[in-house]
Design a protein around this ligand. Sequence first.
Ligand SMILES: NC(=O)c1ccc[n+]([C@@H]2O[C@H](COP(=O)([O-])OP(=O)(O)OC[C@H]3O[C@@H](n4cnc5c(N)ncnc54)[C@H](O)[C@@H]3O)[C@@H](O)[C@H]2O)c1
Length: 372
Amino acid sequence: MVAAFRSNLHFGAEPRAGRGNYRQMDRGSKPAVLVTGGAGYIGAHTAKALSERGFFPVVFDSLSSGFREAVRWGAFVHGDIRDARAVAEALDEYGAKSVIHFAGLIEVGRSVVQPDLFWEINVAGTTSLLTAMRERGVERMVFSSSAAVYGQGGRGPLETIPEDATKAPSSPYGDTKLACEWMIQAQCKAYGLSAVALRYFNAAGADPSGLIGEAHEPETHLIPLAIAAALGDGKPLTVFGDDFDTPDGTCLRDYIHVNDLAAAHVAALEVALPAGAYEAVNVGTGTGNSVREVVEAVGRATGRPVPHSIGARRAGDPPSLVANASRAKDLLGWEPTCSDLDRIVADALRWEAQPAYGSGRRATSRKIESTN
Ligand SMILES: NC(=O)c1ccc[n+]([C@@H]2O[C@H](COP(=O)([O-])OP(=O)(O)OC[C@H]3O[C@@H](n4cnc5c(N)ncnc54)[C@H](O)[C@@H]3O)[C@@H](O)[C@H]2O)c1
């Protein structure tokens, strides 16, 4: 398996003689941070935020769902997290002593039909990554966890979720995120790593520069699907259930602008923690928006109603997932600054109008251009 991965491994810049010095020259005095999955949606926005903060992001990505065009800051290493040796080489090459770990599979529905694949990539991949990190003396890890670790867990629909709420994932995807958290926590205790698991709620929006944005293929997230439906490029939107115990009957979610999420990663990297510490922190706004409110916001932004129908509930969809975000403020000094729903939708729409990459997006792009 390792041999197969290694044949894919190459570095983003041409190697030169004395390459250790060369990598040092690449990054100057900036601290290098290995960003697994940094060619993906949230990872690319975080690489930009790291660079703006004076770090040198080293994106380590298999490009299984990410895009080379999204890697615009720091360096790129093509590799698979399941290949501990390739990860160790990248850590050595750039002298990285911290890792932000985004790499993995994310589609909840796919995890139901292919749970083994999710355990292989998300859990075994994280095990392998941790092995390389331990061998190379990495001191800090920030891990992409998810509100999916909670499930509904007996909570009332309008209650926000603190970090110590019952963990009851309702999908194999959520199971893998929780398993990774447990494993990371145990390794902190055993080996002196310090780690912050950020439990994201619903990441949305795009960087206003237009350079990077959301490009999942297939797209399963509500805001891009609603925009595509409004513009007539996607299928009409299906709203999965309008009979939940919520104010308007549709599910409540906590939408967080991807740039606010990126800022939370920088804060988690910089927060002072003793060796062996493990912290789990929600990253959300503390405010829920219903599916119906999102549909209306997209209608306002596009100037067109979103064609939609009401379908059956999806198995395992909790009625509400809204963060209690006070710990992020207390521990990390982080608060959202750009996660107003209309702002998120406006930034998402700007990206959809002119996506810099993502093959599924060209038709949408043309459609928007033709209406301007
Ligand atoms: N998008 C959300 O709303 C959301 C919510 C909660 C948690 N998360 C978590 O955040 C992380 C990033 O999500 P995203 O939306 O940016 O997803 P994404 O699919 O855009 O990015 C994932 C990246 O990981 C890479 N990757 C996958 N398997 C790999 C492997 N074996 N080795 C190396 N690279 C690999 C992909 O090529 C891709 O670039 C994921 O771990 C996800 O579970 C996302």
